[in-house]
Design a binder for this molecule. Structure first.
Ligand code: NI
Length: 424
């Protein structure tokens, strides 16, 4: 399809300046005022709208929206091991498919055009992406002590099967290895992940230094911090996404400041599970690359990146007592361009001719954004995601005037309520 957006405001343009944007196939073809519509193009009047790159949610577990508001106000270990894991173990692949679609609905409606998933249901996140047009970087969660463990072997087989499946059906998905954490994966399995990552050219996605308990037990067991332990195993030499990184020592920062390492911060989840606040302002000062994620809807309890951006900035200002910490400009960059870099997609994350068209339109006729003194500030400090009117992924229009074009939302509500009925 070809789309011509007329009279749109770009985030970087001076106030009052409008332009046209031509989307042809999967790419932004041209940006200039008064472009002529090619034959067969759908022309969209975008006056009164701002065009920006889609937000990239770099850490979630999409099927877990099925557990939204199921286990709240409990300690982290109770939440994970007593409440969430038993449900997880009883879900079927079909259940997970509907959970994934529910999450994709929420993400599209709030302007997210790609997400990084650590998931437990082979193929289901991929299938939900293929059916909806969503983009994702998918990693099958791995647990186990040794590379020979039955569960580790089974999960790895599923991971590779899923990659083949995803490539076969042409989903907007890339893939990586997802060892869950240093407290659920043994040293041998983690070393095997390093080997597989090298052999197959796959990036790694892991939770790191999320809780005080994880930090203390790693010190006790290995005599080093979680970050130093990952470095010791060779994981920090790989392309790697590190979710959380709340507990860092002075020495850890230097280990993380590498071009192949991306920290993904999850402010809502860290607060809700009482894990504290990641030292993001200091990470940026130390040259560490930071992207943003929501974590799952079971620990957030949503997947809304506008809310996450606001929390990121506010929390950093609060904990550093520095009102200049995480400006609106920095925060937007973290949620867009840094996210694109984290998933190895430098063609995303900006509105420029030649880039892949993962784009969102913001309705400026929104009372909570008015008056429009500073668009970037309005997006980080005032928006709530409901202002997102249209969403393009890979040049495909997936939401038009807030109507989802590829998802039957009544069906998703019906199926997810049917599943939830079992757990009430
Ligand atoms: Ni997580």
């Amino acid at each position: 399809m070809t789309y011509l957006l007329k009279n749109v405001h770009l985030l970087e343009a001076p106030e009052g300046e409008r332009t046209d944007v031509l989307i042809r196939g999967s790419r932004i073809d041209a940006i200039a005022p008064q472009l002529a519509a090619p034959e067969g193009a759908e022309v969209l009047d975008a006056s009164g709208k701002t065009l920006m790159p889609g937000l990239i949610n770099c850490h979630t577990h999409a099927y877990m929206s099925l557990m939204r508001n199921y286990a709240d106000d409990v300690p982290f270990s109770t939440w994970l091991f007593e409440r969430i894991t038993p449900i997880e173990d009883s879900l079927t692949n079909e259940d997970a498919y509907w959970g994934n679609l529910l999450s994709i609905m929420e993400m599209l409606r709030s302007g997210t055009t790609a997400f990084v998933d650590m998931q437990m249901f082979p193929r289901m996140a991929v299938k939900a992406c293929a059916d909806s047009g969503m983009r994702a970087h998918i990693t099958r969660g791995l647990v186990g002590e040794n590379r020979g463990d039955e569960s580790a072997k089974l999960r790895l087989d599923q991971a590779f099967d899923e990659m083949e499946y995803g490539r076969g059906i042409g989903a907007n998905c890339s893939f990586g290895l997802g060892p869950h954490a240093i407290y659920t994966c043994g040293e041998d399995l983690l070393r095997y992940v390093v080997e597989l990552s090298e052999e197959r050219g796959l990036p790694v996605n892991i939770h790191l230094a999320e809780t005080q308990y994880e930090f203390d037990s790693c010190m006790e067991k290995h005599g080093m911090t979680p970050t130093a332990y990952l470095n010791h195993l060779g994981l920090l030499d790989r392309e790697i996404l590190l979710a959380h990184c709340v507990y860092l020592t002075d020495e850890d920062y230097a280990l993380l400041a590498r071009p192949n390492v991306h920290v993904v911060t999850n402010p809502a989840s860290n607060m809700k599970l009482a894990n504290g606040a990641a030292p993001v302002q200091r990470m940026l000062r130390e040259g560490i690359q930071v992207a943003l994620g929501t974590d799952s809807a079971a620990s957030n309890n949503g997947l809304n990146m506008f809310i996450e951006m606001r929390l990121l900035s506010m929390v950093q200002k609060a904990v550093t007592k520095d009102a200049l910490a995480l400006t609106a400009e920095e925060t937007l960059k973290i949620a867009t361009a840094n996210g694109a870099a984290a998933i190895g997609r430098e063609d995303l994350g900006a509105v420029e001719a030649g880039r892949t068209a993962d784009l969102i339109l913001i309705n400026e006729a929104s009372e909570n954004l008015r008056p429009l003194y500073n668009r970037k500030a309005s997006l980080v400090y005032s928006a709530n995601g409901s202002e997102v009117s249209d969403v393009f992924i890979n040049g495909q229009l997936l939401m038009k005037d807030r109507e989802l074009l590829t998802i039957d939302e009544e069906r998703v509500f019906f199926e997810t309520e049917r599943i939830a009925e079992r757990y009430r």
